[in-house]
Design a protein around this ligand. Sequence first.
Ligand SMILES: [Zn+2]
Length: 408
Amino acid sequence: MLTHPNEFDVVDLDPYGAPSVFLDSAVQSVADGGILMCTATDMAVLCAANGEVCYSKYGSYPLRGKYCHEMALRILLASIESHANRYKRYIVPVLSVQMDFYVRVFVRIYTSASDVKNTPLKLSYVYQCIGCDSFHLQTVGRTVSKDKSVRCLPGFGPAVPQECSDCGKKFNMGGPIWSAPIHDQEWVAAMLANVKSMKERYPAYERISAVLTTVSEELPDIPLFLSLHNLCATLKCTSPSAVIFRSAVINAGYRISGTHVNPLGLKTDAPMNVIWDIMRCWVRNHPVKAQPSDQSGSVILAKEPVLQANFARAVASLSQAQAKKVARFLPNPERNWGPKLRAGRQITSKHVSLLGPKALNAMSNHEIGEGSNHENGDGSNHENGDGSNHEDAEEPAAKRKKTEESDS
Ligand SMILES: [Zn+2]
């Protein structure tokens, strides 16, 4: 790629594991306005199981939150942007998806020394409370306009006080992540219409249309998302249905949508104090057992809600796809659905205990037939992406030898 700068209209990076070492040459080889597609399967690294490894590879610190898979997407985008910036180039994401056990982004790459200066406006640090998982974003840069000229300055900070204003605990800081839109909604709508008009040409039609449908309904300007179950776990209360919660947010005057990353995730522009007020009102009608007073949930519930939540069902509380009963998330295609083994990898007792002998037999037969492919199926699984991905790529030679010896 380094010998062909600015040459290719489309470059597809799909390595087994981290693409980070290829990004520098890839961003140089794409023609102006061309597309770079990039897959990362090292979800354990990107989703905070090894935060320091993520920092060394991608230059961002991941956080453990229910939104970690979307954060993985945004860390990858921030990393591509930083590589592009070194060559006076910048990215415009057209589609970014987290599926199965990997993230995949499609970005256009343009060259412009003046537009590169806007990068700090598209990046944010994330503060996440260690007690109640509330999160707050702080952009790296801001703009000031003076005499018709616009200048970039460092962002105002800190975005949060020393202690969480909801529960009193401290914050972890992660990022910087890409906090600008991760999809080009016009492009997604056109692609969805295109796919629908040629259904029979796409063997994975149902999967593609389900993902594009959920993507098209996401709020484009809201990074990361809340998990209703996570909020309820903090308060130790029963969960309102998604429709009731969405209605309360809409009735309070804010926007809310789902996310393609997690069927239970909710994107909203409502600030955290409004979210907690809605939950306080919910708990008032659905009381919880008394908890120790130092727990985050008890501290939050001890405050009186400022806002009186209205749980009356709002018209927009169902997404359009839900209302039309269009599939948004598909079930997994088989039992024990997980990442396949790396090509040419020797099967060890570790794999047998993790995957079961039946799955391995099926896998080895498949390899003989078609060669192995680590992402050759359809289906969706949103919970076990992180942690379940073995980092075979980084295994030292000595360790590998040891496993082989003990096996023979
Ligand atoms: Zn908190």
